[in-house]
Design a protein around this ligand. Structure first.
Ligand SMILES: [Zn+2]
Length: 346
């Protein structure tokens, strides 16, 4: 198991899934909020790093190694604030959170900036994050606002871990930035089953696929080996892997949205099987990789995800679910790996 587990672990879905930390809808009516060009940005991502971290510059350097690749691929969306936090100084951590509250102030809201900052700092999820930082626990993840000022945040509460693991750090940066791009093309006030939002398998599966593929392109992991590991062991996502999951869970659906709750079969469906569904689109359906990971999203705000999917993938969502279901339930490891076109076991 890779040490990367903590940043994408499904054992802690709130940390890194794109579902958990949405802002509450406010009262400002803004029907244009989901138009992606509004989030297309010239502003470079901003890093806020706690004292005691990044001593030799490698924490930011290794994060940027992934971020630069992702921005080059997806385009620059933002404003994007990256918080790399650790427990060295409580005063410093509290200053950074005040700064974060200030950045989020809407000057046109009826509440004063001071009131808005107090309200933000007293939110249960924010106080929990501060506590996690001070106790060195891994929490947080990708957050975004749904009302002005529109922005994205990647909050890492235990960046000490990332400081020690350059691979995890770069991988996490790639994964989260795919979410930034996805969210810029979705109306996150809608349910994930809605046509204006993407399903969890699309969000997590495509980000799992893309980040591993980009890590290979950067010379940092072996992509095919990673895809095989998702089947055999669950790789850096968690346990059980796909094979064990499929052997003991007959009833599951890729587009079922309730698996975030621990009562459902498992949110790993979204990450691992979602990554294989992405591989299936590229390597079996034969859709260009960039179309699957990027281009089709551009049409979601205008035509909805079902029509956008069918237009770009050449197959309806319903037909895709049917075909992929057959594939994933019936292929063994070697048969599945053959979709990548290389010699299995090599
Ligand atoms: Zn994710």
């Amino acid at each position: 198991m890779l040490a990367f587990a903590s940043s994408l672990s499904t054992a802690q879905p709130p940390k890194s899934n794109v579902k958990s930390q949405q802002e509450h809808p406010g009262s400002v009516a803004n029907p244009d909020r989901d138009i992606p060009t509004k989030l297309k940005s010239d502003v470079a991502p901003v890093f806020l790093v706690a004292e005691g971290l990044n001593a030799d510059g490698s924490l930011i350097g290794n994060y940027k190694r992934g971020l630069r690749y992702a921005i080059d691929y997806f385009g620059n969306y933002g404003p994007y604030y990256i918080y790399l936090l650790g427990p060295s100084s409580e005063q410093n951590v509290r200053e950074i959170f005040r700064k974060r509250a200030e950045i989020r102030v809407n000057p046109r809201a009826s509440a004063t900036p001071k009131e808005q900052m107090e309200e933000f700092l007293n939110r249960p999820n924010v106080t929990a994050e501060i506590k996690a930082v001070l106790s060195g626990k891994a929490e947080g993840g990708l957050t975004w606002t749904q009302d002005p000022p529109l922005l994205f945040e990647d909050v890492t509460t235990n960046a000490t871990e990332r400081d020690r693991n350059p691979i995890e750090n770069t991988w996490g940066a790639l994964h989260e930035y795919h979410h930034v791009f996805q969210i810029a093309h979705c109306d996150t006030k809608q349910k994930r089953s809605s046509d204006k939002h993407i399903n969890s398998w699309m969000a997590e599966g495509m980000a799992t696929y893309s980040s591993a593929k980009f890590m290979e392109n950067l010379g940092l992991v072996d992509f095919e080996d990673y895809m095989r590991q998702l089947r055999k062991s669950g790789g850096n996502i968690g346990r059980p892997g796909i094979n064990e999951f499929l052997a003991r869970t007959k009833e599951w659906r890729l587009d079922e949205e309730s698996y975030w709750d621990h009562n459902g079969p498992s949110p790993q469906v979204y990450y691992m099987i979602g990554a294989w569904a992405t591989a299936y689109l590229i390597h079996v359906v034969g859709v260009d990789e960039k179309t699957v990971l990027k281009e089709w999203y551009h049409d979601i705000p205008r035509m909805g995800k079902s029509a956008a999917f069918e237009k770009h993938m050449g197959v309806s969502l319903a037909e895709f679910y049917k075909r992929f279901d057959q594939f994933i339930r019936t292929s063994d490891d070697d048969a599945a790996m053959r979709i990548f076109g290389s010699n299995p076991g090599s």
